[in-house]
Design a protein around this ligand. Sequence first.
Ligand code: RNT
Ligand code: ZN
Length: 418
Amino acid sequence: MSYNEAKAKYAALGIDTEAAMERLKNTPVSLHCWQGDDVRGFDSDPNKPLTGGIQTTGRYPGRARTADELMQDLDVVLSLIPGRPKLNLHANYAIFEKGEWVDRDKLEPKHFKKWVDFCKAHRVGCDFNPTFFSHPKCDPLTLTSPDEETRRFWIEHGKASIRISNYLAQELDDVCTMNIWIGDGLKDVPGDRMGPRMRYKESLDAILSEPYDFNRVKPCVESKVFGIGVESYTAGSAEFALTYAATHQDKCIPLMDNGHYHPTEVVSDKISALLVFFPEIALHVTRPVRWDSDHVVLFDDETREIAREIVRCGGLDGRVHIALDYFDASINRVSAWVTGFRNAQKALLYALLQNSAEQKKLQDESRFSELMVMQEELKTMPFGDVWDEYCRRCEKPEDGQWFSRVAEYEKNVLSLRD
Ligand code: RNT
Ligand code: ZN
């Protein structure tokens, strides 16, 4: 059988395929709910534009229009992905009873009860995100707004989100990361760069004053270089977010999204730099194409390199919280979800099948020719056979066996929407 041959080939290099598969099976990877409906959510006008410098493009039919539809789609996704997914929810995915509605500053745990039931049924944990975009109270600023009332509203939203994160962590008996990202920035040359950043800091302090157990709820601060419409200035820049997290290590952790840097910068190189100083960090894994375009994650060089860094820096021991963050509306959304998640799994398995200790030794002994040869030869090892075996052990379809199910679902369900 090809897996056994592959296992023997890896073993000859001192690589344990069994241990790699076991490890990956127990590694949580957060599956973003927002691929299914183009980041629209259900808490306000579904035709409102996406704001805050993010954008979906494409008009593929079949977008989920309700929570029930999104859950139905997620059922299919979860049946096709191996590993240990966690759901990642945004606050605008709150579910209201008929006739009920509250604004984001008044959201309560009960508005996520149905999601908790969904997670329990699928035995998955849940991460959370306050939603500081696509809302009439973006003036267009949120936590950096000079308008006290606006800022107060969004601070209250952040605090409500902490209470909801507490609830998710408790109900699901799992860690809940709660990511804070704001799109606040300016299109053109600022007259004041410091003011908004001072207000952002004060707003974060106010949000994080809401009580939570930092062992269970992990607020994150996500930085960004620029967004569409806010090209000249982003309040929550890399320096801002990192310094905030560094000076509040008992309260939050930094989050890096690999679409949020200048195109020649790579997050794979930043992971170790942060882990020297932070006990824990969080990642949004995406695929930027020339800008923060949030294309579907592929099994490409940088995704593999990010995975290799996570593995060799000991990130799988709870130090690196991995989440996906992309949204493509130009292809079948279920397929996009499944492809990206499976590729993230592939990259992690690929990374677990490296002889990291040997490579470190070669580097430390300055044997760079051998290091290059070894790294190159590892690329053509029978990785696909181990991947197929991993899918079988997770009782999930192998490559070549799942797309037909998505096509069937499109025909019977998705194509009937709109
Ligand atoms: C936007 C950030 C942010 C969002 C999600 C929906 O550039 O990456 O993480 O994509 O919160
Ligand atoms: Zn992100």
